[in-house]
Write a new protein. Structure first.
Ligand code: CDT
Length: 322
């Protein structure tokens, strides 16, 4: 018998600055119930689902900053989601800003099983953007001002009848994210994202946002023989347009379900976790084919170290075309 998991990717349209947590949770509940009616066992909500994408604006007022963060999960505003999910017997993943008791600020995703128990929290590792106020931009991407990198790396957990891992937004662009989980046998990865279409450091990349999104998610899925659920919070939020295109990728790298809108939308797929076996035990049989002795540079070195330059006038150089 195949291990079949009905997965819903609950895409969100924008959350504006003045929308309350309670308003947002009402939207999440609506999608949870829709997914439940369609037989979902796991619903994946996006990154920072409870608020607007606040890192697009600068603040150095710590009280104002901390107001975007949850100090407990579930808290009073999110408890109705936990209660309803448990009542319906549906598990979920939810992205939110977490302020820990020790005072750490993380971009976190919580995984909750069908009986309401918290399986794990994942704290985003790759923190993109910048950390100082750059008011020349049409909007900012200040994640490096608001969040610390998660200290725990990429774990996987036995849940939902398989081996499940989590990653968040920018993590999806780094192959190491998937491979670290792939080496732990991951069968399904949940990834929420907020991706502005406009990329201020190089607007030439704007038109490629969807291509790059799919490229990374499909590659991560195929190269590690795992399902990948990519879930957007997109649309036009505070005047900033962000990518939608929520999609579920099979271990073959193929898209099996895709959002049609730029609003709240439930996208469903029947994910056969046993399909992972086909890829994990053929082309990507890691214990047979990997050559880790040649990969040490990946963990020993952070940035690029190029070979020494050729001397001036060397025939293998390129002449200045003038
Ligand atoms: N949320 C998040 O990680 N977004 C980034 C935007 C990168 S541009 C600074 C992403 O990789 O989609």
């Amino acid at each position: 018998m195949n291990r079949v998991l009905n997965v819903a990717a609950a895409q969100m349209g924008p959350v504006q600055r003045d929308h309350s947590r309670a308003d947002v949770v009402e939207r999440l509940l609506l999608m949870l119930r829709t997914a439940g009616r369609r037989g979902a066992q796991l619903v994946v909500f996006p990154e920072l689902a409870l608020t607007t994408f606040f890192p697009r604006r600068w603040s150095d007022d710590q009280r104002e900053i901390d107001a975007w963060f949850e100090t407990e999960m579930p808290g009073p505003e999110t408890k109705p989601l936990f209660d309803e999910a448990a009542r319906l017997g549906i598990g979920f993943c939810l992205g939110y800003a977490e302020l820990t008791q020790e005072g750490h600020h993380y971009n976190t995703q919580v995984m909750v099983e069908r009986d309401g128990r918290i399986v794990a929290k994942y704290r985003k590792v790759h923190i993109p953007g910048h950390d100082s106020n750059e008011p020349w931009r049409p909007f900012q991407h200040l994640e490096r001002h608001y969040f610390e990198s998660g200290p725990d790396g990429f774990g996987v957990w036995r849940a939902f009848g398989g081996i499940v891992g989590m990653a968040t937004c920018n993590d999806r662009r780094w192959p190491e994210t998937y491979r670290v989980m792939g080496l732990q046998g991951v069968e399904l990865i949940t990834i929420g994202y907020n991706t502005p279409i406009h990329y201020a450091p190089d607007p030439g990349q704007n038109a490629l946002q969807l291509f790059h999104n799919d490229l990374c998610l499909a590659g991560g899925a195929y190269q590690n023989g795992t399902w990948v659920v990519g879930v957007a919070k997109g649309g036009t939020e505070e005047g900033v347009e962000s990518l939608c295109q929520t999609a579920i990728f099979a271990p073959s790298g193929q898209v099996v379900a895709r959002a049609l809108t730029t609003s709240d939308e439930v996208v469903m797929a029947v994910c056969d976790l046993d399909l992972c076996f086909k890829f994990k035990h053929t082309l990507f049989q890691m214990d047979r084919y990997r050559e880790p002795q040649h990969y040490t540079i990946i963990t020993n070195q952070k940035g690029v170290v190029e070979p020494p330059p050729l001397p001036d006038g060397h025939p293998w150089g390129l002449a200045d075309p003038k």
